[in-house]
Design a protein around this ligand. Sequence first.
Ligand code: SF4
Length: 478
Amino acid sequence: MTQTTWNQEPHPARLEERLDDDVVRCHLSPRNCRIRPGQHGFCMVRANRDGRLVTLNYGRSVHATEETIETEAVFHYAPGARILSMGNVGCMLNCDYCHNWKTSQARYVEDKDVYHYTPEEVVDIAVRHGIKVISWTYNDPVVWHEFVVETAALAKAAGIVNLYKSAFFISGEAIEELIPVIDIFSVSIKSLDPKYYRKITKGWLEPVLEGTEQVYRAGKHVEVSTLMVTDLSDDEKTAREMATFVGERLDPSIPTHFVRFHPDYKMTDTIRTPVDRLERARKVAMDMGLNHVYLGNVYDTESTNTWCSQCGLLQVTRYGLNADLVGVDADGNCASCGTRAPLKLLPDARRRSKVQELPAGGDLDVASFDWHGDVRALHVQMRNESDAPATAYTRRYGDPAADGSWEIVELKPQESFRYIAAKSTPDELGVQVAIPDRCTSSLHQVFDRAHFPTVEVAAGTLNQDVSPLPLFQPGTRR
Ligand code: SF4
């Protein structure tokens, strides 16, 4: 893994149509951009170089990050599984509230946030850290098509599951190339209102719905989510329309997530979605016949848990980005009545080795971070600066009833590793990291799920309980 000037190495692109006068058309997303020599498409990461379509972000990624599958609005596949999240640069949409705008909008990307991975390196990170799922996520994997397809195939051959978390403004042709290698699709449907799509996302609705149906019909594991934006899409109408789409064009058993919004990017003059509106939307969708409706970015509610549809036994408890299987046996059946649970399980997907105490006499520096306000998750980045392997440790602290043991993180020489720590119980106070003195570390506050923070805690923030950094300022571009 190296850091580079991110857009200076064009790579041949798929889904190219060559037109007259060296013009090319890109068939990756429904925009079908017609691109003249030297120009780029809407996403700014696909371009025409000498009459051929190229991609400018092949292998260019934000830092690979270990998270949990709940981060991706996936609740019915391997609850609690550790995943390796891979995000890239650019997007085929430009949503007014994007919380990853520093990486999704290519004009604002800074080289310091971009790393270069090969497909082999991505798979190697997952294998060495015992991670069973790779998630293609954050800004949006659609505009990373060539790298995703190649790497996912390599990962699949290594026994790793691939998860695709996307706004899914993508062509049917491109989906056909994903179907052989992607196992799980988590689709973010922003709204069921065509006018909303045009105005807020700069895309359009129907291809998103058609694409979701396409992967569902192909037999893939599908979950759908909607960001309920305060006063824009957090109403009963959105809930009814989502329930109609899922119930009529997919299946009522598809998990559906209503996700809490926070002010960001161009939409900061508002407030977080009131939780009672989310609960109301959930009730409306369930009353219309959906079997599994969950809330996202909401703590201290039972609307994130899973119960047995037959006997009502609590099967999965969730707190934030953490999940515990409490009523399901090893075969995936209800622990009380034996009915098949609506979950796919993945053996050993959760495990990381632990120790009760830090090694005595070690050269360890311990740093602490306290949860505060709406910040209940943190990216921890640690780098082994030496040419010898190193062992670091991490734990949650402050809840006497919870497991306070230290999880072990093994780092190879010169490895930079990043993972999420998310508040796991109401009484937990924060997270601690213990690293050897030949390692360095940095902390990055996470504001809600699937957010990739580009700013360190040390940089501070104007309203550090609810506002992300950096603030968007119109006119500041690269
Ligand atoms: S991915 Fe979409 S936005 Fe980007 S060049 Fe292709 S058609 Fe245009």
